[in-house]
Design a binder for this molecule. Structure first.
Ligand code: 640
Ligand code: NI
Length: 542
């Protein structure tokens, strides 16, 4: 949970820039600007946009109905994320849908997929409509996967001047910038991966999940103003997407619930983006020379962020007037984020536990430092990356399916055994017999893991308390509309108003939690005394 050294520097740089700007704003362009296409082609060439009529009507219908179903069933939730030791509630509500057993961690919050229908899995949904919604999203996923491959092929092969594709109709639809034209690669974005074979293209576009977003601006009392360009209300502030496979594509389908003809609210043409229309904003990271870009998003449009665009650029979501859904398809880096992975880890840890066939007594096979270290680290991983992450989000996952309950119960069972393992290590190292170098080393390693556990248990307990007290950690909902200042949001968060507590099914749970009276647990929740005791032990031996 320590802030990385670079973080502070970035923070300062940002603050300085905003101070320098004062009332001034950096320039940005919309399709109404003459140089818009040139800017796009030269500085934002890895952003691909497709108008809604490129997408099959049948797919639009399925997907949009799916969104509405999920909203009707209250499946969207605001996340309590944590940035630099502070909690924030996202104004946008989300739900993660994807491969069974997959998770996506962003801003210190691990989201668990509602599994989409997958061969070989028997998934029970809470209603047939929710099944249909997940089915629609996997169909959209397949469609966007193909579109992403086509777009990448178009970028990488300048000689491929025409891609015979019925879905890409005319140039006007794409603001006159067709993907073919972008074959002429500018110097700022070198040709991504010239000798990439189809396999790698496929890997970087094989979306394993989609993070769905929903926001109705009318329900929001306060939205942050975009600070650098003056782009207006933001639904999601400037960021890079986290936890993705390197150079993988992000594909975003946008569904704003606008009336039939909302094109170009006449009194536009003044300057800047139309505040009624949703936009995605883009800027080059750490660059104040290149103008920003605001791309209007109408009902059913989609865009792709290809290759390293997410690294070289930042994006934000600019709110319009109508409610809006989006489905953001990603190749999440699941190397440590799948059920298979964490079960494998648990199995590895529990290999060090043995049961005496006669007495049924439990004991550890090895007391080697490396083994203890590994087991205790896995213990922390399953406790903090899985159990506490899951239960902190309350019972929200039950809205769509009970799929995660069974694996979570299993993980908790494994974790309980690991609590026993920790207590066994503890009684071993307390034995006075084996004094010496090795014992000291083992205790030191053990101590590091326990200290981490204690620290993280305190963080999670504190997070829950702060939610119980304030309901809305950032205070967005309750605050009056204020003009943006660099002092907003206030660093001092209001924790005294016990207003607007989350509904019962969203209340964060600090689980597992137990008190000293709970005889079923081999060790206390609070490890302070044990840690102090071990610290003494290490000193003694030295
Ligand atoms: O067109 C769209 O709907 C785009 C959506 C989008 O850009 N989603 N990005 C993310 O979900 C995301 C992924 N990794 C890290 C952060 C985010 C978004 C994000 C950024 C800031 C915040 C605050 C308001 C809590 C600071 C939340 C979420
Ligand atoms: Ni994003």
């Amino acid at each position: 949970m320590k802030r990385r050294a670079g973080e502070r520097e970035k923070e300062l740089k940002k603050k300085k820039l905003l101070e320098q700007l004062g009332e001034n704003r950096l320039p940005y362009m919309t399709p109404a600007d003459a140089d818009f296409h040139h800017l796009w082609k030269t500085k934002y060439s890895k952003l691909i946009f497709r108008k809604s009529d490129a997408v099959p009507e049948e797919l639009h219908q399925m997907v949009q109905e799916g969104f509405l179903t999920l909203r009707e069933h209250n499946c969207f939730f605001q996340d309590l994320v944590r940035i630099k030791e502070k909690d924030f509630i996202t104004p946008v509500s989300r739900i993660l849908i994807g491969k069974p057993g997959c998770t996506y961690k962003y801003l210190n919050t691990r989201l668990f997929t509602v599994p989409w229908p997958t061969e070989g899995y028997d998934i029970k949904y809470c209603s047939p409509q929710i099944h249909d919604a997940c089915k629609a999203l996997i169909r959209l996923n397949e469609y966007l996967h193909i579109e992403a491959i086509k777009a990448l092929q178009g970028q990488n092969l300048p000689e491929t001047k025409e891609i015979k594709d019925s879905t890409v109709t005319d140039r006007e639809q794409n603001f006159g910038v067709s993907l073919q034209e972008k074959g002429s690669v500018s110097k700022d974005q070198s040709s991504s991966v010239p000798e990439d074979d189809y396999g790698s293209l496929k890997q970087r576009t094989s979306f394993n999940l989609t993070l769905l977003n929903y926001m109705d601006p009318l329900q929001m009392l306060y939205l942050k103003q975009e600070p650098y360009f003056g782009m207006g209300n933001m639904a999601v502030s400037w960021h890079h997407d986290e936890n993705l496979v390197e150079r993988s594509t992000v594909a975003v389908y946008s569904y704003s619930c606008e009336g039939p003809a909302m094109e170009g609210s006449n009194d536009q043409k003044l300057k800047g983006r139309d505040p009624a229309v949703w936009h995605v904003g883009l800027k080059v990271a750490w660059d104040i020379e290149t103008p920003g870009l605001a791309i209007p998003l109408h009902q059913g449009d989609f865009y792709l962020m290809l290759d390293d665009l997410n690294m070289t650029h930042q994006h934000c979501v600019l709110a319009g007037f109508p409610p809006r859904f989006s489905s953001t398809h990603r190749v999440a880096d699941c190397s440590r984020g799948t059920l298979d992975y964490i079960f494998g880890q648990c199995e590895l840890a529990l290999q060090n536990l043995q049961t005496d066939p006669d007495s049924r007594a439990l004991s550890l096979k090895s007391l080697e430092t490396a083994v203890i270290k590994q087991v205790e680290e896995i213990h922390n991983e399953v406790e903090f990356e899985w159990l506490r992450q899951f239960w902190f989000q309350g019972k929200r996952y039950l809205k769509c399916t009970d799929w995660w309950l069974n694996p979570m119960a299993k993980l908790e069972e494994f974790w309980r055994k690991m609590e026993i393992m920790t207590s066994l290590v503890l009684s071993e190292v307390r034995k006075k017999e084996r004094i010496g170098e090795q014992r000291n080393e083992a205790i030191s390693c053990f101590l590091i893991a326990l200290t981490e556990r204690q620290k993280l248990r305190q963080v999670w307990a504190a997070r829950k308390r702060s939610v119980d007290l304030s309901g809305d950690a950032e205070g967005r909902e309750r605050r009056p509309r204020l003009s943006f200042t660099s002092a907003w949001p206030p660093s001092e968060r209001c924790q005294s108003q016990a207003a607007e507590n989350l509904p019962e099914d969203q209340k964060p749970e600090c689980h597992p939690f137990w008190t000293d009276e709970d005889c079923n647990m081999p060790l206390p929740y609070d490890l302070e005394d044990i840690i102090a005791d071990l610290q003494n032990l290490v000193q003694w031996v030295e």
